[in-house]
Design a protein around this ligand. Structure first.
Ligand code: GCW
Length: 676
């Protein structure tokens, strides 16, 4: 059934004419039998039998059309070719069409088994996207070292902000039952270069560090290891108290430090290649070093000390905001972390959300990027669409990711993009990382909707290469997931590329943010003002009143702009010259303010809500016309979601305009009808 389970690894039979072109280059596979090499071989076999309808035999001697895969260290034929592998690092690969002993073969070579595995998936992609494999000469290597999914999965099987069913981790039946799903999960991740996963929620329970759960986690690690995926855990800072019976979790207390060292040793005994800890501390009620008047660096370094002998890392999150400073939440993470630059141990990464608030439809990049040159700063994107339509709205997030990565921090002059900060090239850091909050659950299609698979896929591709283009990635994904027919690919890629802007327009146009309903964060709630903490209320962010709308983050307001390099700040400082998609993030303006197109702010706001809604209509028309290219099951699933999306875009528009109109007191612009 076309239920989406296969993701982008569909390997469907090729039309005869195409099969005839590929077949001569896919006659056998010569591979060693270490675990990752076997995984690479069996993936190639799975792919070829799907494409061509017959087996790809494993061979020991080389014949015409063989795929010869491996490293110079274990595959003599590859060693003999003396290929230029030195620039590829530990995880890169090279794929070449060459002649060995008079036989035309394809080699996939790398310095490590993992590189070979990535090369195997790359060759399969070449076929899936309809490109030639007869004259190959490709080399690639990841620009970022730690490429992780973060699961906000709870041990009871629920998933915080998950919209694709329950957790795929069946803790109850682990360690004995190793679901095939774990292997398929690992295959999908390896195919896009993801090399690690944090399996439990950052709102962590101490239970995950108990012996039974370490055993369960070790079994999971066994399933993922052949695909090069390392396991990491979220650690609860107060575990020494909850599990160890200590009176404190003070990071400078020797008994606490000893407890973490022993716990870490225990984990490595069960999982020798354990990756390390992710920590949410002193954030939204979680315990942390601040409980003992210690800094984030004190807390992170304590864990770093325990992990260092094993080669493990700490990812310490910068997602903090306090109830004691109500002036501007957007400034708080910077205020708390910036002074700590230079204090974090070498194996600590500070994990920063893309924007200063919380995964909104549009945010400027976090001012922390580039502001801590001595600190290894890693990116946290949210793949699960908490604030961006959850699993019903079709919203392709890669343009949002790309917008952040390409943004210029100017910290070392023009070209100091966020991508250059997190790939380590700006400050010459070797330890680099990108995390994506997973959108994966137990639904048959993994992500709750077919098009949300693209967000998982694109995240992996951008973690591998933060300079990749979201359009190119979408094009590959559409070809692999649905069809390579240009009559299908072009309109679908266009639809995906427009979808994020449409969503930003119907939810929060012109730089509005944090306007969602309370708790579930699904629908609109711009009027909400009664929540306990001021910065939880949408009115705190829109500041709409009879005079105007928007958050003044210039000198006359919170001056959050001053946290950016002056050249970056300048881009947003003048409402008349800036990209108006960020307008109300930085400025509070009167309703009769003239936008760059001459409309008043009020009229322009209404028109943008409407244009977001209009786009959802275009999406429906586009998709309806594509029925001939899609299997009935996935066609219907997407159609139903588009119907929901259109209805809810109108809901966002009508609810938001109604509320803001109660403040502006102005009529709708000509041609716009009042919400029903
Ligand atoms: O996006 C918000 C979510 C919380 C989440 C928190 C965080 C895991 O609403 O559910 O908690 O951020 O990132 O820690």
């Amino acid at each position: 059934a076309e239920d989406g389970y296969d993701l982008w690894l569909r390997y469907r039979p090729l039309p005869v004419a195409q099969a005839q072109i590929y077949a001569p280059h896919l006659t056998s596979v010569v591979a060693g039998d270490r675990p990752m090499l076997s995984a690479a071989r069996s993936e190639l076999q799975r792919g070829v039998s799907g494409f061509l309808g017959h087996d790809l035999p494993a061979a020991t001697s080389i014949g015409d059309g063989a795929l010869v895969i491996g490293t110079p260290a274990e595959q003599p034929a590859i060693k003999a070719l003396n290929l230029p592998l030195s620039g590829l690092g530990e995880e890169g690969y090279l794929i070449r069409s060459v002649t060995v002993d008079g036989h035309k073969v394809t080699v996939i070579a790398a310095n490590s088994d993992r590189g070979v595995l990535y090369g195997a998936f790359r060759l399969l992609r070449q076929i899936q996207t309809g490109q030639g494999i007869d004259k190959l000469d490709m080399a690639d290597a990841p620009k970022i070292r730690v490429r992780l999914l973060n699961h906000w999965d709870n041990l009871d099987g629920s998933v915080e902000r998950g919209y694709a069913g329950a957790s795929i981790w069946d803790w109850w039946r682990l360690p004995d039952l190793k679901d095939q799903r774990y292997t398929d999960y690992a295959r999908a991740n390896a195919s896009i270069g993801i090399n690690g996963t944090v399996v439990n929620n950052v709102n962590a329970k101490a239970l995950s560090l108990t012996a039974p759960y370490i055993a369960k986690t070790a079994a999971l690690a066994d399933s993922l290891r052949p695909y090069g995926i390392k396991i990491y855990l979220s650690a609860r800072f107060s575990s020494p108290i909850e599990l160890g019976g200590l009176k404190t979790a003070d990071p400078l207390d020797p008994a606490v430090r000893a407890w973490w060292r022993a716990k870490t040793d225990e984990i490595y005994k069960a999982i020798p290649d354990f990756g390390g800890f992710l920590v949410k501390a002193n954030s939204e009620g979680q315990p942390g070093p601040g409980d003992y008047h210690r800094s984030h660096a004190d807390g992170a370094n304590m864990l770093a000390e325990a992990l260092a002998p094993h080669g493990g890392i700490v990812m310490w999150r910068a997602f903090v905001y306090s109830e004691h400073d109500a002036s501007d939440r957007a400034k708080q993470a910077y205020n708390e972390f910036h002074p700590l630059d230079g204090q974090f141990a070498d194996n600590v990464l500070v994990q920063i959300k893309n924007g200063p608030i919380d995964f909104q439809p549009r945010e400027p990049f976090s001012p922390l990027f580039g502001a801590m040159p001595k600190t290894r700063e890693m990116m946290e994107f949210q793949i699960t669409k908490e604030y961006t339509g959850q699993a019903t709205h079709l919203v392709y997030l890669a343009p949002l990711f790309e917008e952040t990565l390409k943004a210029d921090t100017f910290v070392r002059g023009a070209g100091s993009t966020v991508a250059r900060v997190i790939d380590g090239s700006l400050e010459k850091h070797a330890l680099t990382g990108m995390a994506g909050v997973a959108n994966i659950g137990a639904n048959r299609n993994w992500t709750g909707s077919d098009f949300d698979q693209a967000n998982w896929y694109a995240f992996g591709r951008l973690a591998w290469n933060p300079d990749a283009s979201s359009r190119d990635i979408a094009t590959d994904w559409v070809r692999m997931t649905f069809s390579g027919d240009p009559a299908f690919v072009t309109p679908v890629v266009d639809m995906m590329m427009n979808s994020r802007e449409a969503m930003a327009d119907y939810m929060t146009p012109l730089g509005l943010h944090h306007q969602m309903a309370t708790g579930h964060h699904y629908g609109p709630g711009p009027w909400v003002h009664e929540l306990a903490r001021p910065e939880w209320n949408p009115v705190y962010y829109n500041k709409a009143d009879a005079g105007g709308i928007g958050f003044d983050r210039t000198k006359t307001g919170s001056d959050a702009l001053a946290q950016y390099n002056p050249r970056a700040a300048k881009i947003w400082s003048d409402p008349r010259k800036m990209d108006e998609r960020y307008l109300l993030w930085f400025h509070h303006l009167p309703w009769d303010y003239r936008l760059q197109d001459g409309h008043t702010l009020w009229d322009g706001l209404v028109m943008r809500y409407q244009s977001g809604v209009d786009q959802t209509g275009v999406m429906q028309i586009t998709w309806t016309g594509l029925a001939p290219y899609v299997d009935a099951q996935r066609f219907a699933a997407v159609s139903q979601n588009l119907t929901i999306q259109r209805r809810e875009a109108k809901w966002w528009r009508d609810a938001s305009i109604s509320y803001f109109q109660s403040k502006s007191g102005l009529p709708l612009p000509a041609g716009y009808t009042a919400p029903a």
